[in-house]
Design a protein around this ligand. Structure first.
Ligand SMILES: Cc1ncc(COP(=O)(O)O)c(C=O)c1O
Length: 442
């Protein structure tokens, strides 16, 4: 009898007893390849010596010191490291303990910025349907995942609004080019700003490459540039949520680098600390920072564990390892290999409608019929079957349902560690292929 209120109380889970490179070993000695990094977290695998040593060294010096009394060395060094390669004018870092906290901080920072500069009427935030920004009330309000929102709807923040995602596989019309499709959906932002009243909108928030809810969906060319243009025209702040897709996962340190579009606020977590410690951050533009410093002089927010020295020391070691070992090159080469291997295994599969993603962030979308793109009956819970069958075969992947509208659709997300080899990738795709077949025939 457990006294832990587990995430899924009715399921019996194996115990994660040990980490060994890209594998997790359970209490019975069974090995699982972590092909999803949990939920796109464990980008260095599970036993990286440099990160483990950095944590030990930091705890030997000092484990924690509250940030209202002290700064600390790893936090300062980590901020320098992140800013050195940050896009646009992002040059300050606000540290928190995870992705939801990063999104909450970004939303509140956007609001406070407008209060500081004398535009307190800016109170609306626009986000996209089929997005996920976290589970705290503010982040959940911004998110556009109907299934996650439904029962909490009465608690959600009414100043959040949603436009269409950029989801070409389902929404691009046959007579439309990718670019034309991207401009059409981006222009929904313009329409929503007009509807709410241009000087009442504070921010637009989006995942540059959509993660858990849609399954590794990159924007079409030109989409993010148009979004930036619309935000600039109306003085609306642009927030990128790179909690899942950032920190090298999609092939560049910041996911938005690929599209050449810089936000005003950028949320990161997951791959920042690679799971060795809970840590997240918001990168903040020079202008927002200046407005707060020259205004009230204080961002009215804060958490007990922000800038936690041990968490920052771990994240610093993770980021240094990624640079020292040139792991982004491996993300790109292994990402291409993974894409090809998925094409070979599933490219002609009657029940795989789309294979997509960037870098080591890839997904397949499962369909009842490849020609019509009809989804499977949600009652079949195909995504859950795939997860079960994969675990039985020693593979962790990240399947999810509700891909289309929160209820219909299934996809399987892969986000293996940046240290994977060709052989690892082939094994991952083999096991996934077998798991999908078993789930479909069950
Ligand atoms: C894009 C995105 N934003 C925010 C979050 C929330 O992060 P956390 O679970 O660390 O609070 C997630 C988590 O999956 C995410 O994928």
């Amino acid at each position: 009898m457990t006294h832990v209120f587990h995430r899924y109380p009715l399921n019996t889970l194996p115990t994660a007893a040990k980490g060994d490179g890209i594998e997790i070993v359970d209490g019975d000695g069974k090995r699982y390849i972590d092909a999803s990094g949990g939920a796109a977290v464990s980008c260095l695998g599970h036993s990286h010596p440099a990160v483990i040593q950095a944590i030990k060294d930091q705890v030997d010096k000092i484990a924690f010191a509250h940030t209202s009394f002290f700064t600390n060395e790893p936090m300062e060094a980590l901020a320098d490291t992140l800013v050195a390669e940050a896009p646009g004018t992002l040059d300050q870092v606000y540290f928190v303990s995870g992705g939801s906290e990063a999104v909450e901080a970004a939303l509140k920072m956007a609001r406070q910025y407008f209060v500081e500069i004398g535009e307190p009427e800016r109170r609306h935030v626009i986000a996209r349907r089929q997005s996920y920004h976290g589970n705290t009330i503010g982040a959940l309000s911004a998110g556009g995942n109907e299934w996650r929102r439904a029962q909490f709807a009465p608690l959600l923040v009414p100043s959040m609004h949603h436009i269409a995602p950029c989801y070409a596989y389902r929404d691009q019309t046959p007579d439309e080019s990718e670019e034309a499709y991207g401009l059409r959906v981006a222009d929904e932002l313009e329409a929503m700003i007009q509807e709410l009243g241009p000087r009442t909108v504070a921010a637009f928030i989006a995942e540059p490459v959509v993660g858990a809810t849609l399954g590794a969906v990159p924007p079409v060319p030109g989409y993010l540039a148009r979004i930036r243009e619309i935000c600039d025209r109306h003085g609306v702040l642009l927030i990128f949520d790179e909690v899942m897709c950032g920190m090298g996962r999609t092939g560049t340190l910041y996911a938005c680098d690929v599209d050449g579009v810089a936000p005003d606020l950028l949320a990161i977590a997951k791959g920042l600390g690679a799971g060795y410690q809970p840590v997240g951050a918001v990168l903040v533009s020079a202008e927002i920072y200046r407005a707060i410093c020259e205004g009230s002089g204080f961002f009215q927010h804060g958490h007990t564990y922000m800038g936690h020295p041990t968490a920052c020391a771990a994240a610093l070691a993770v980021q240094q390892t990624i640079r020292d070992d040139d792991l982004l090159t491996n993300v790109n080469t292994m990402g291409e290999h993974l894409s090809q291997a998925l094409e070979e295994r599933f490219g002609n599969h009657h029940h795989v409608g789309d294979i997509r993603g960037r870098g080591l962030f890839r997904a397949i979308e499962l369909v009842a019929d490849r020609t019509t793109k009809d989804p499977f009956d949600p009652a079949r819970k195909l995504h859950a079957r795939v997860k079960r069958e994969a675990m039985a075969r020693g593979l962790m992947c990240y399947p999810m349902g509700g891909t289309i509208d929160g209820a219909r659709g299934d996809h399987v997300l892969l986000a293996p560690p940046f240290i994977v080899t060709k052989g690892d990738v082939d094994t991952i795709v083999d096991r996934l292929g077998d798991a999908v077949e078993a789930a479909l025939s069950g």
